[in-house]
Design a binder for this molecule. Structure first.
Ligand code: ATP
Ligand code: MG
Ligand code: FE
Length: 334
């Protein structure tokens, strides 16, 4: 079974082909980052319009790159939420229509389920059950995963997501947008011991997170030490990484599980990976990540999730909807 996946939930247009026998045949991506950089953040209307411009040319490029034909496609998966409503509607409209035109089923995919399943595209995928840490631009979640669509939320951020905290802190240090990777680079030049940032919500039980205080802490520190950008970056990154590691350890202990899956844009962070690998080693477990290019948004994870759901017989009616908010624990099990 060969599935076309379409991702347009935010500021990247991603299209991919996944084949249940042959694996990932190809994926192409167009990032809108340079377009939004001028405004210091994603402008929703510009995002939607750019998805309209890019989604079909990218699909043609994907078919040309992979040598696949339109009529070899057995189903279409599109991201239906969570995300920006206008951006989601573009992928949903194109995906649903294309499936109708080809006479194949369409399936609506939850973007966070896409992130969560992305490590399954690697050569040594995790087996169920596992704990998943989803760390992206809009979400920080710890999830107990028993199978596809069987997700129990263990904890989540009460305010800013981890990626959002990286982006906002980077902005106030003057590193531009999007800040996550830039802040990680700046941190390499910094003295990590000069400032000590708090590890929010680690002094009490529970698996929820709060990252907005770190941003304020960074703001106050940089006001007092205007030239300390790299040192602030290093201390901030360490605080986020340590906080995530403490909660992951708790989640593994609480559930008795040993496998940890980490996905979403922040899972590309090298320090986070090193720290969590060490944690898993101490606990006699293992961590699974997507390859770096599949940590951030992409069509491959949507095509893969779509393949699993279509194989299980799930599909949409001829109508389509976008769900800007769509909690993962509302998904149907496979
Ligand atoms: P969501 O998936 O919650 O809807 P999103 O799709 O915008 O949000 P992703 O594309 O998964 O988020 O990830 C983007 C985020 O990852 C940004 O906040 C970015 O700064 C962050 N990020 C990317 N690379 C790194 C890195 N190396 N270190 C820290 N953060 C990073
Ligand atoms: Mg993005
Ligand atoms: Fe994402």
């Amino acid at each position: 079974m060969r599935i076309l996946g379409i991702e347009t939930s935010c500021d990247e247009t991603g299209v991919a082909l996944y084949d249940t026998e042959q694996g990932l045949l190809g994926h192409v991506l167009h990032s809108q980052v340079p377009m939004h950089a001028e405004y210091g953040g994603v402008v929703p209307e510009l995002a939607s319009r750019d998805h309209v411009r890019k989604v079909l040319p990218l699909t043609r490029k994907l078919l040309a790159d992979t040598g696949a034909t339109l009529d070899s496609i057995d189903g279409v998966a599109y991201t239906a939420g969570p995300g920006l409503v206008g951006a989601l509607l573009v992928g949903a409209a194109v995906g649903r229509s294309l499936a109708f035109a080809l006479g194949v089923p369409a399936v609506a995919i939850n973007h966070m389920e896409g992130h969560l399943l992305a490590p399954m595209l690697e050569s040594d995928p995790p087996e169920f059950p596992f704990v998943a840490l989803l760390v992206s631009g809009g979400h920080t979640q710890l999830v107990q995963v028993e199978g596809v669509g069987r997700y129990e939320m263990l904890g989540q951020s009460l305010d800013d997501a981890a990626g959002e905290a990286f982006d906002k802190t980077a902005k106030l240090i003057g590193l531009g947008y999007p800040g996550g990777p830039a802040l990680a680079r700046a941190a390499e030049r910094g003295d990590v011991s000069r400032f000590r940032f708090p590890r929010p919500m680690t002094d009490r039980p529970g698996l929820d997170f709060s990252f907005s205080g770190l941003k304020t802490f960074a703001l106050n520190t940089i006001h007092q030490h205007p030239n300390a950008g790299a040192d602030v970056a290093a201390a901030f990154q360490l605080a986020v990484v340590e906080t995530l590691a403490i909660k992951c350890r708790r989640a593994l202990q609480q559930t008795g599980l040993t496998r940890l899956v980490v996905a979403g844009g922040v899972s590309a962070n090298v320090h986070l990976r090193e720290r969590l690998d060490r944690l898993a080693e101490e606990q006699g477990g293992r961590v699974y990540y997507p390859r770096p290019e599949l940590c951030t948004d992409n069509g491959a994870m949507i095509a893969y999730a779509g393949a699993l759901r279509l194989q299980a017989g799930q599909h949409e009616p001829l109508s389509f909807t976008a769900r800007p908010r769509w909690p993962m624990d509302e998904l149907a099990p496979v």
